[in-house]
Design a protein around this ligand. Structure first.
Ligand code: SAH
Length: 411
């Protein structure tokens, strides 16, 4: 006999879950995600399920299963270990014609739940012929290939054949992460694989671009031959123009698009031009660079705040928006991006503003890449130490006691 695969629309339909342990905890979120009206019957609940009940996301009957629990129910998930209790649910479900998923014994079930992976509009559901591990292996293999673009998801099919002007494309500002190509988000990677045009910054991981199929137009924003201001306008123009030809344009930016990445300007340029635009946040170097150097930007009992600041202008510069003397009075963590060139004057300003000379400072260059290097020092010595070590941009400077928070030795 063959199984008949099916996708269920559960929105607003009651699904009964019998049991409140780890199996139920794993099954309930997908039911809620599908909009099901979940009723949980169990004397006990895990803290996670309790949280969902408190938040009003599902109904709970705090007792053992009774056949009337199946009233109005479209589907039942049996998530108990006890085969006798589970068989009781099956026995009550069958005459009521309610499909019954059994976590304890799939041979007694009338419905099986597949291993699932979702990629944009595509849902892949794999049933392993009774071997859940096989299903997970196949699911992961397919999921991997969908994520890296080697199985293309393709354009959404438009219901009406279009004539006349090309349909409008879109621009997506995607954070590429700090350098390690694995530190892009799952969503960012999928959209990159679907792009027709990729406009990439200097700091985006080269390996991500390596993976792009040959049909993709790759524009290196760092090579635009104008001054910085004109180059930004040129980038904005490219984004808008390409989207207007119907292309899906991914604007790939180092770290997070909105952390000193001029993402906001590009978004506004698209909005002004009537081009659909969205943003996919990224892992920012301001948190990731300290992290991979063994520095948590906050730590219990050490720092209750972290401030991220650009050091591209020296303290006191006419155009600077940073109040360095106010930063010097903070007790928490200070993370300075683009601050290497001005490090001597930045350190001076922080010392002048009252931050202690012995305050620990770390500098992390090319964090999360194979070329990562760095040093730790103090506020009074760091400028000289960086010069001696020959550290270069891109680098993140971390000021504060968190620098030593995870160091067990006192050195
Ligand atoms: N949007 C980016 C920051 C852009 S400004 C983000 O969220 O990470 C560029 C600055 O970011 C660099 O001068 C440097 O200070 C920092 N930076 C970016 N990548 C880095 C890396 N891999 N290691 C250290 N610093 C990095």
């Amino acid at each position: 006999m063959n199984l008949y695969p099916l996708g269920l629309w559960l929105a607003g339909r009651r699904v009964l879950v019998v049991g409140g342990g780890t199996v139920a905890t794993r099954r309930v979120p997908a039911l809620l995600d599908a909009g099901a009206d979940v009723l949980l019957v169990s004397p006990e609940l895990t803290p996670a399920l309790h949280g969902l009940v408190t938040a009003g996301r599902l109904a709970w009957r705090p007792r053992r299963f009774e056949p009337t629990d199946l009233d109005e129910v479209w589907l039942v998930q049996v998530a108990v270990d006890d085969p006798v209790a589970a068989a009781e649910v099956s026995a009550a479900a069958e005459p009521r014609r309610v499909f019954c998923v059994r976590a304890d014994d799939r041979t007694e079930a009338t419905a099986w739940t597949p291993a699932v992976t979702r990629h944009g509009p595509v849902t892949v559901a794999v049933l392993g012929g009774g071997d859940p591990q096989r299903a997970v292996r196949v699911r992961d293999a397919i999921g991997q290939r969908l994520a890296d673009g080697s199985i293309p998801i393709g354009e959404p099919v438009s219901p009406v054949p279009t004539t006349g002007p090309a349909p409008m494309g879109q621009v997506i500002l995607v954070g590429a992460g700090p350098g390690d190509p694995e530190l892009i988000t799952v969503k960012g990677r999928r959209l990159l694989a679907e792009a027709d045009v990729v406009v990439a910054d200097r700091l985006v991981p080269g390996l991500l671009l390596d993976e792009l199929p040959a049909r993709v137009e790759l524009i290196d924003a760092a090579k635009i031959p104008y001054g910085p201001a004109a180059a930004q306008e040129e980038i904005n123009r490219i984004l808008v123009d390409r989207a207007r030809t119907g292309a899906t344009v991914v604007r790939l930016k180092g770290g997070d698009p909105y952390v000193f990445g001029r993402g906001g300007e590009e978004l506004l340029a698209c909005v002004d031009a009537g081009v659909p635009v969205s943003v996919v946040p990224g892992v920012t170097s301001s948190i990731a660079a300290p992290a991979v150097a063994g520095i948590p930007v906050t730590h219990r009992g050490v720092a209750h705040e972290f401030t991220v600041v650009s050091g591209h202008l020296p303290p006191g510069h006419r155009l600077s928006l940073v109040d360095w003397s106010a930063l010097a009075r903070l007790r928490g963590t200070l993370v300075v991006l683009m601050g290497l060139k001005n490090l001597p004057v930045i350190a001076e300003a922080l010392l002048a503003g009252g931050r202690g000379a012995g305050t620990p400072v770390a500098v992390v260059q090319e964090a999360t890449t194979g070329a990562q290097r760095g040093l730790t020092s103090t506020l009074s010595a760091v400028a000289e130490d960086v010069a001696t070590a020959g550290l270069r941009p891109p680098a993140v400077v971390v000021v504060g006691d968190v620098v030593n928070a995870l160091r067990l030795d006192a050195s």
